[in-house]
Design a protein around this ligand. Structure first.
Ligand SMILES: Cc1ncc(COP(=O)(O)O)c(C=O)c1O
Length: 427
């Protein structure tokens, strides 16, 4: 299926970062920077982030919450783009973060996020990770299981400090419509306490002198386009009858990867969540939310250089990256738009494939490119979430740099791996 054809007078797909355009030379521009020039300056593959786009979405979240409640906290689910420059940027916008383990915690601290505004997650936290969180003064540990409780109690007893503020993660038994790999709150999941075990977890924490239960937490999944399941999930939490001051409703707002995708807006998502807390739980509760993808996905694009074009039964346009810089197509059959940066539009049906030694290393199946040629710069929009995060060195790939673009200026915030980096861990 040919996906689309962009007319010569380009109307850019809304999946590109806000403010993107085709410049007078006919080249795609992100953050005011010509993408072909960025590829020349920083090499390929390369992640480019439109800084202003992230800020606009961050402000949209903050404003949408502030319009509906005085008591809220927006928390960046940093697994979507764990990089100190991104932590810092969002922190400047008043947004703290959740971290999925010791590594993200170290990055958040290095970026200068106030530890009191860091929330530690994990379904298999190690003692070392909990100790690091405690030592750093992390404001909230999301308890996932009884072992978390035991370890935290031991750590508090050891350090003799104040009780640890915790939340308890509940799996509400609700499965939203999304890829099974990113559905996390169903009736049979590895995450959190299921409804049968949650009361015992809550009681255990409330009876503990070492822990202070601040919130119930749920995260039903990611890339959610229908908001209704959040309400059902919250109803399941309400039925537990626990009296807690706050509700953390996780993340999950889906984004547009393809031109025809129309996810809910940030305002609709926030309204649904805040209203659900007010309607189902009642007034006076603090509402926390953990958006990841919705803050960063559409802010980022990835640049590649076409290496070869093979006309087999079908046409394969091979680029200098692939599953080492974007695993989502291989993990979840995720779909992306793609353009030749200097000739946006269509005309040639092809598969855009990576350079890795697997036939499944296909970045965009059934793409529609304008006469692609070796040396062309290709751009895949909406790659700001879970691209850099899952980058790897398969086949000795050098993980790409991250470049922030704003107002026509570009700055390197993460450099490309070097061959020395590939050898750096050898002993
Ligand atoms: C606990 C938790 N919160 C928030 C998120 C963020 O989800 P999303 O990127 O869909 O907003 C995730 C993603 O896996 C998560 O596991």
């Amino acid at each position: 299926m040919i996906r689309r054809r962009m007319p010569a007078a380009q109307q850019l797909s809304h999946v590109y970062p806000l403010g993107s355009r085709v410049n007078d030379r006919g080249v795609l521009e992100v953050g005011g920077c010509d993408l072909v020039e960025l590829a020349r300056e920083f090499g390929t593959p390369c992640y480019v982030v439109a800084e202003d786009d992230v800020r606009r979405r961050a402000r949209a979240f903050m404003e949408a919450f502030a319009a509906r409640t005085d008591d809220f906290e927006v928390v960046f689910a940093s697994k979507a783009f764990p990089c100190t420059a991104v932590y810092r940027l969002l922190w400047e916008e008043g947004i703290g973060c959740d971290v999925a383990g010791g590594g993200e915690l170290a990055m958040a601290l290095a970026a200068g996020v106030d530890p009191a505004r860091i929330h530690l997650h994990g379904n298999a936290k190690s003692l070392g990770e909990l100790r690091a969180a405690r030592a750093a003064g992390v404001g909230d540990v999301i308890v996932d299981n009884l072992r978390d409780i035991e370890l935290l109690e031991a750590l508090v007893a050891q350090d003799g400090g104040p009780p640890q503020h915790v939340s308890l993660r509940v799996a509400p038994g609700i499965s939203p419509e999304t890829h099974p790999a990113i559905s996390t709150g169903g009736p049979n999941t590895k995450f959190g306490f299921d409804l049968a075990h949650a009361p015992a977890g809550i009681e255990r924490i409330q009876a503990s002198g070492a822990l202070e239960l601040g919130a119930l937490h749920l995260h039903i999944g990611s890339q959610i386009l229908d908001l209704e399941p959040f309400r059902a999930a919250l109803q399941a939490l309400a039925a537990l009858g626990a009296d807690v001051p706050a509700y953390n409703l996780g993340g999950g707002l889906g984004v547009a990867y393809l031109e025809h995708d129309r996810p809910p807006t940030i305002e609709e998502y926030v309204a649904m969540k805040v209203d659900a807390v007010h309607d189902i739980i009642g007034p006076g509760k603090r509402v926390l939310d953990e958006p990841g993808r919705a803050l960063v996905a559409n802010a980022g694009v990835t640049l590649y250089e076409v290496q070869t074009i093979k006309r087999n039964v079908e046409t394969y346009v091979a680029v200098d990256g692939g599953m080492s810089d974007n695993l989502r197509p291989m993990l979840y059959n995720a779909r992306y738009e793609v353009d030749v940066a200097s000739r946006p539009g269509g005309g040639t049906r092809c598969h855009v494939v990576g350079k890795h030694c697997e036939s499944g290393d296909i970045l965009v199946r059934d793409a529609d490119l304008a006469d692609p040629r070796p040396g062309d710069i290709l751009v895949t929009p909406a790659t700001g979430a879970y691209g850099h995060a899952m980058a790897n060195t398969y086949n000795g790939a050098l993980r790409p740099p991250v470049v922030f673009a704003s107002g026509g200026d570009a700055r390197l915030v993460v450099r490309r791996d070097t061959y020395e980096d590939l050898l750096a861990r050898d002993v």
